[in-house]
Design a protein around this ligand. Structure first.
Ligand SMILES: Cc1cc2nc3c(=O)[nH]c(=O)nc-3n(C[C@H](O)[C@H](O)[C@H](O)COP(=O)(O)O)c2cc1C
Length: 230
């Protein structure tokens, strides 16, 4: 399906990165990227090439087959390796669309997970695409239907990129903002990368006009969670 997107949009520069065919190793779980910075990751592979492509692109289509009601282990590893973006989101100017392919049911969990993680990384999320692929030989009409659904979704992605309409700050991002900022300040030495990222930020990841009540509520919820830490 990703190849067919490339074929149907010849005027758009679409780069296809297949993680399973790249030199992209599993996360070691050392947490150094979160604590000290992503440049300190001990795994030396093609991670930075993926970062470069994501930084340069206007949009990201992230696709995974559904394995056991979840994304593939390869894609889960993508989110683990880029876990530092959950602490220090960078993609507020970018748009992302998840695709999950399945042969039955359980795709909604994979989609929900991808949407959550991409929005935590800062991406503006385009409605996701869940495609059914019947095992064995797919009837022609199902193939056409999948392609039509895909084209419609990609058109929405392109439209959003062209309009540049970004999501407004949501509570689901405002609350973690305050928690991460607080935690990084109480343990500056351990969480030095987060501390540097948050120290000059006030209410949100970037300058945004947020209604007072929303700001107040986000801080209140965050403080309640923080109170449980001590
Ligand atoms: C290990 C494994 C687990 C799977 N689990 C699910 C599942 O939970 N739900 C589902 O609808 N399809 C499941 N499938 C089917 C795949 O989602 C389907 O084969 C895939 O999306 C089709 O893409 P492909 O042609 O790249 O394999 C599973 C397939 C494998 C290999």
């Amino acid at each position: 399906m990703l190849k067919s997107i490339q074929e149907n949009y010849p005027d758009i520069d679409i780069k296809l990165l297949k993680l399973s065919e790249m030199n992209f190793e599993f996360c070691k779980g050392c947490y150094v990227c979160v604590k000290k910075g992503e440049d300190r990751c001990p795994v030396k592979d093609e991670r930075d090439l993926i970062i470069r492509e994501m930084m340069e692109a206007d949009g990201l289509i992230l696709a995974s087959p559904v394995y056991s009601h979840m994304v593939s282990a390869t894609l889960k590893n993508f989110f683990d390796r880029f876990g530092f973006y959950a602490h220090r989101p960078q993609f507020f100017e970018k748009f992302a669309m998840p695709i999950a392919t399945c042969s039955g049911y359980g795709g909604e969990y994979a989609i929900e997970y991808m949407e959550k993680m991409l929005s935590v990384f800062g991406f503006n999320i385009i409605p996701s695409l869940e495609l059914q692929f019947r095992p064995g030989k797919m009837p022609e009409k199902n193939k056409i239907l999948n392609l039509e659904k895909t084209i419609k979704a990609v058109n929405t992605l392109i439209e959003r990129i062209e309009k540049g309409e970004k999501d407004k700050p949501q509570m689901g991002m405002m609350v973690p903002f305050h928690i991460f900022k607080y935690v990084s300040a109480i343990d500056k030495d351990v969480m030095s990368a987060d501390y540097e990222y948050y120290k000059d930020k006030e209410d949100y990841y970037y300058e945004a006009s947020i209604p007072f009540v929303k700001k107040f509520l986000a801080k209140k919820v965050a403080n309640k969670i923080i109170a449980g830490f001590d």
